[in-house]
Design a protein. Structure first.
Length: 219
């Protein structure tokens, strides 16, 4: 089933779009099914759960942290994490840099943009992102690399609203890229909305339930 779901999704996304298989709450056996079907990039939203899975699973897996990040947890993933999607402060970037340095690594980061109309979503406004990415102090952080932006749309079926949220981020991303040439990743789109996200410029989709089935509890 997992292999079949993966094949279906892979056939439906263009080559330039990276698929992150979101395996949060799912057992290692399910991840191995996806791995056997060729998937190498997995996303988790809890640092400890990701670290345990990293220990137990093949070492050529690229692990992405997609959840809201607590600074005191960065140290538990600094030795292996490939990309952190949800960075929303300079303080957090500093902590990631500090922990990455201990392992002589450079950790890739995405700044999380707030695109949803909902109150509950994390992330920075576009002007906050402009400010953060232009900070002089950022150039001193040699062990992080900001490679793009991440956004989560409102939890809604309203296609017009989703399209509007995705395309607003795409427009902002393109403007930002003119000044910051190293940005190349725009992470947006989940199981329910990834085709629309791709139509509106996503280069990385985070898909969980459409691969692994519904999760048993809300996280
Ligand atoms: C859980 C989660 C996803 C995947 O959600 P699905 O609807 O299961 O595809 C994507 N992004 C983030 C940030 C998540 O927490």
């Amino acid at each position: 089933m997992i292999a079949e779901n993966l094949r279906h999704i892979k056939n439906n996304i263009p080559k330039h779009v990276t698929l992150v298989a979101v395996s949060k709450t799912k057992p290692t056996t399910a991840i191995l099914d996806a791995y056997t079907a060729g998937q190498r990039i997995f996303g988790e939203n809890k640092v400890q759960e990701m670290a345990t899975k990293h220990d137990e699973l093949p070492k050529d897996i690229q692990w992405h942290m997609i959840g809201h990040l607590q600074r005191n947890k960065v140290k538990y993933m600094a030795h292996f994490v490939h990309l952190i999607h949800g960075v929303d402060s300079f303080k957090t970037l500093k902590e990631i840099n500090k922990q990455a340095k201990k392992h002589q690594r450079v950790i890739n980061c995405l700044l999380q943009a707030r695109i949803a109309k909902e109150e509950t979503k994390f992330g920075l406004s576009f002007s906050d992102i402009n400010e953060l990415i232009s900070l002089e102090e950022l150039s001193a952080l040699k062990n992080i690399k900001i490679i793009g932006l991440m956004g989560m749309a409102t939890f809604t079926e309203d296609q017009e609203q989703l399209k509007q949220e995705f395309s607003s981020l795409k427009v902002f991303f393109d403007t930002l890229k003119e000044d910051f040439l190293s940005l190349d990743t725009l992470s947006m789109g989940m199981s329910g909305d990834y085709p629309l996200a791709i139509e509106n410029g996503s280069t990385m989709v985070r898909v969980g339930s459409a691969i692994f089935g519904a999760r048993n509890y809300i996280v």
